[in-house]
Ligand binder design. Structure first.
Ligand code: GDP
Ligand code: MG
Length: 636
């Protein structure tokens, strides 16, 4: 089963609507005004079963030059064009304009119908056919079949249908495993059902009951019913004309051009980077800073063009641009668009989105962005993944964000796996890092750690958090990853929130060792009555140095910090602990009074020591007494 969208195009009155009617039996001119004036004003839709498992939705566009905007909104999303040229008039201005729109939109293939052959003789039809050949020469439609038809006599209709079927079968299949996306081209309300939106499903699949989001506006909606051409379905897929009855949104909240989407993938954006080709038609040129009409999905948004290189993109040539939109669009890499001049309204170019939610480019950053845009333009899925990872720098790029870049889930998985195998990409907790950035960051971090250790030998390494901050790695998980890597490889050592490179040992001078020895001896001499800073500053006058020495002694396990200003030698502390343990293990308790009795302490010493024992888990306070703490097998 294959679903495709066929879009009509051609000059007004050349028989587009009539030929759709002849093929499908359906009159797409539904409005009274359309009937009265005999011209199409809005988009018309009709289903066409082409046989061989091919079902088409025909989008019939208006041909009058005043409705080019509508024509463009109908043409975006078309797989196969049905180019209509009347035998009695031949190629006319909107024939050319529509053809240019289809070409710029990248519509892959076309079938050309010469209509009203009942009104022209053979010679004239031959001339028209020559005109057509000249028009499509050098374009993707060069080899499109030209079928002579008449809606009046029925001539050529079977041949036209066969040609449409053959070309439809030649189109590539749409990728199925993609998120759902549908631009809204009509909206109305029906009592008892609620808000109904229709559009062409661009990607993925929608099922009854699906939770979707309407953007812009981030409105959560639920699908109550799915239809295609008045037929209720369990699901609709990409390439189908689709009507959705939605719960959660009122009709006046929906604007044509909004999109219904699987949640969490695309967000509205005012800044788009794109590839553009200037139209080959008269007036087809794009100027830097020009105000334009940006036609994308089913919407028209005013925008300003910034050309990345040069001042003008002349007719028929190409370039990279940034589009600054006056209202946000919901865009994805690979989306097609048309640009028209603000006034007069002329098609001036068209192209494809390379990047939505882009950063504002400046005169300085624009030249730097060129390589990146080139990679996004004609790169493989792997190139795109690498370009994204590189743009994330040391903060990485969220793997989930790749869908915005036009990749399907399968493409993302394959590309990431291949790049990881090739050693060019690293995925850490859902974020992607360019391998080169990882190794550069690793080198920089080790250098910073070594530098800090060399600067202050008394300090053991550097504070981890401080280092993370200084290296600018607060965001993302690269820092933790590299710390863990260093630990595993035996390059980095960790102690109490600090990290050190080289070895876990501190490299101290003999002078330092001497001072440490003196301090340790003084603290040991203080016995159970612990030493205070005032006792130690006599030995080391520089307070900062003293603090570092104390830190080192505590680090080595030589001393225990009892209070903010009290230090006890570890041997004494253990001795004390033994005695406390003896009393507690039998289920007994110790109080401040007991402490005084055993050790001859005053309250001043007893209180901080007991608090330290509590902290260490040897004792547990209960009223005025202490019981055995968890470390001595007591309850918690
Ligand atoms: P559109 O503007 O391209 O949609 O043109 P329509 O389909 O509305 O047709 C314009 C006019 O041409 C109508 O009056 C049709 O009846 C007439 N017409 C369309 N197809 C044929 C045809 O094959 N032969 C003749 N004689 N008239 C046709
Ligand atoms: Mg019409």
């Amino acid at each position: 089963m294959r679903n495709i969208i066929i879009g009509t195009s051609g000059h007004v009155d050349h028989g587009k609507t009539e030929i759709v009617k002849a093929l499908t039996g359906r009159d797409t001119d539904r409005l009274r005004e359309e009937k009265e004036r005999g011209i199409s004003i809005v988009l018309g839709f009709a289903p066409l079963d082409l046989g061989d498992g091919v079902t088409a939705g025909i989008v019939d566009v208006p041909g009058h030059e005043r409705f080019v905007k509508t024509m463009v909104s109908g043409a975006v999303g078309v797989d196969l064009a049905l180019l209509v040229i009347a035998a009695d008039e031949g190629v006319m201005p909107q024939t050319e304009e529509h053809f240019e729109v289809l070409r710029l939109l990248g519509v892959k293939d076309a079938v050309i119908a010469i209509t009203k052959v009942d009104l022209a003789d053979h010679g004239l039809i031959g001339l028209v056919e020559e005109e057509i050949r000249a028009l499509v020469k050098g374009s993707p439609f060069e080899s499109a079949p030209v079928i002579r038809t008449s809606a009046v006599t029925g001539e050529g209709l079977a041949g036209l249908k066969a040609a449409l079927r053959a070309r439809a079968l030649g189109l590539g299949e749409r990728e199925a495993a993609d998120f759902f996306r549908m631009p809204v081209d009509r909206v109305w309300t029906k009592s008892g059902i609620g808000t109904i939106v229709t559009g062409t499903a661009w990607s993925g699949e929608v099922r009854k009951g699906a939770e979707l989001v309407m953007e812009p506006g981030a409105k959560n909606v639920r699908v109550r019913e799915v239809q295609s051409f008045e037929r209720s379905l369990e699901a609709a897929t990409a390439g189908m004309r689709t009507a959705l009855a939605l719960h959660g949104v009122r009709v006046n909240e929906v604007e044509i051009g909004m999109q219904v989407l699987s949640p969490g993938v695309l967000t509205p954006s005012n800044m788009l980077n794109a590839f553009v080709e200037a139209s080959r038609l008269a007036g087809g040129a794009i100027k830097n800073r020009q105000r334009v009409r940006f036609h994308h999905a089913a919407s028209e948004i005013l925008a300003r063009v910034m050309i990345l290189q040069g001042e003008t993109i002349v007719a028929g040539s190409e370039g990279y641009i940034q589009l600054r939109l006056e209202k946000p669009a919901v865009a994805r890499r690979g989306d097609r668009f048309i640009l028209r001049s603000y006034s007069p309204q002329r098609v001036i170019g068209g192209g494809r989105i390379l990047e939505a939610n882009a950063a504002k480019l400046t005169a300085h950053s624009a030249p730097l962005a060129m390589d990146r845009l080139k990679a996004l333009d004609d790169g493989t899925a792997k190139d795109v993944v690498l370009a994204c990872a590189a743009s994330g720098g040391a903060a990485g790029f969220p793997a989930a964000g790749l869908a915005r870049y036009g990749l399907t889930q399968g493409e993302i998985t394959d590309a990431c796996a291949a790049l990881e195998r090739e050693g060019r990409l690293l995925e850490i907790e859902g974020r992607l890092f360019e391998r080169k950035i990882v190794s550069d960051t690793e080198r920089a971090l080790v250098a910073m750690i070594e530098g800090a250790s060399a600067e202050n030998k008394l300090l053991w390494g550097v504070d981890r958090e401080e280092l993370k901050e200084r290296a600018g790695l607060r965001e993302g998980s690269l820092f933790d990853f590299l710390m863990e890597k260093g630990r595993k490889e035996g390059i980095l050592f960790f102690k109490g929130g600090r990290v050190k490179a080289g070895s876990g040992e501190r490299e101290l001078s003999t002078q330092d060792e001497k001072a440490l020895g003196a301090l340790e001896a003084r603290i040991r001499a203080a016995g159970f009555a612990f030493a205070a800073k005032a006792d130690l500053v006599v030995i080391v006058r520089d307070e900062k140095r003293l603090a570092s020495y104390i830190h080192i002694l505590a680090d080595r396990g030589s001393i225990v910090r009892i209070s903010s200003d009290g230090f006890m030698h570890t041997e004494r502390y253990r001795e004390l602990l033994e005695k406390v343990r003896d009393r507690l293990l039998g289920g007994g308790t110790v109080s401040i009074g007991d402490f005084k009795e055993i050790f001859g302490f005053s309250r001043k010493f007893a209180v901080p020591i007991l608090e330290q024992l509590d902290r260490d888990g040897y004792t547990r306070r209960e009223g005025d007494a202490r019981k055995a703490g968890p470390k001595l097998g007591g309850s918690v």
